[in-house]
Design a binder for this molecule. Structure first.
Ligand SMILES: *[C@@H]1O[C@H](CO)[C@@H](O)[C@H](O)[C@H]1NC(C)=O
Ligand SMILES: *[C@@H]1O[C@H](CO)[C@@H](O)[C@H](O)[C@H]1NC(C)=O
Ligand SMILES: *[C@@H]1O[C@H](CO)[C@@H](O)[C@H](O)[C@H]1NC(C)=O
Ligand SMILES: *[C@@H]1O[C@H](CO)[C@@H](O)[C@H](O)[C@H]1NC(C)=O
Ligand SMILES: CC(=O)N[C@H]1CO[C@H](CO)[C@@H](O)[C@@H]1O
Length: 155
């Protein structure tokens, strides 16, 4: 399914405006990600970003009250922006709910990011969003591996 960035902007105006540089194809509203399985992100970036490396973040909550969950591309696992697909595996066991992802160039301000729509995540919540500490012991959530299951676009 292809959605214009304008449609994304309408959904997420309170979070950030949307760059014209990306189109996110997946995940979208009919997507369900399940803890322990693979989350697939597909996108296309404009040619001016083909030499850049991109970050992919997971957030939850609605447009007016979003919570940053994790940086899938932490620890140097940035993806070349000219890739068109990343497989995130395994997905940490976050709580079930509505989540969205955003993708943008490493270090860019978030209004240069593109935002997906809300999609379903199914999990038991044994892993908390980054920066939230459980009542007792702290757990370090390992960032999932970003596999290079990508097809470089021709310029
Ligand atoms: C969540 O809990 C259910 C029921 O106990 C279990 O079958 C499932 O494997 C759990 N999922 C994860 C990711 O731990
Ligand atoms: C967004 O989430 C907050 C906190 O859960 C809630 O108070 C608010 O009503 C929600 N807004 C919308 C538009 O759903
Ligand atoms: C995500 O991780 C990358 C390193 O791989 C880092 O440069 C970037 O600042 C991180 N972004 C956030 C929002 O934590
Ligand atoms: C994609 O980006 C990499 C660097 O991140 C670059 O080496 C490669 O030439 C780029 N491919 C295209 C088709 O631009
Ligand atoms: C091709 C394209 O749309 N490039 C845009 C990428 O984003 C920057 C910053 O928003 C714009 O200046 C470019 O025109």
């Amino acid at each position: 399914m292809k959605f214009s960035t304008a449609a994304v902007a309408a959904l997420t105006t309170a979070v950030a405006s949307v760059s014209a540089n990306f189109t996110i194809y997946e995940p979208w509203g009919e997507t369900t990600w399940t803890a322990g399985e693979t989350g697939v992100v597909t996108w296309s970036a404009s040619a001016d970003l083909f030499q850049s490396r991109c970050e992919i973040h997971l957030l939850t909550g609605n447009a007016t009250d979003a919570t940053f969950v994790t940086n899938f591309t932490a620890n140097g696992n940035l993806v070349p922006c000219n890739y068109t697909k990343a497989n995130l595996h395994p997905l940490p066991d976050y709580a079930s709910g509505q989540y969205f992802i955003r993708i943008g160039p490493n270090g860019a301000v978030t209004d240069q990011y593109a935002y997906s729509g809300l999609f379903n995540f199914v999990g038991n919540g044994t892993v908390l969003p980054d920066g939230e500490t459980p009542a007792s012991a702290s757990t370090a959530a390992a960032a999932p591996t970003v596999n290079d299951a990508a097809t470089a676009q021709s310029a």
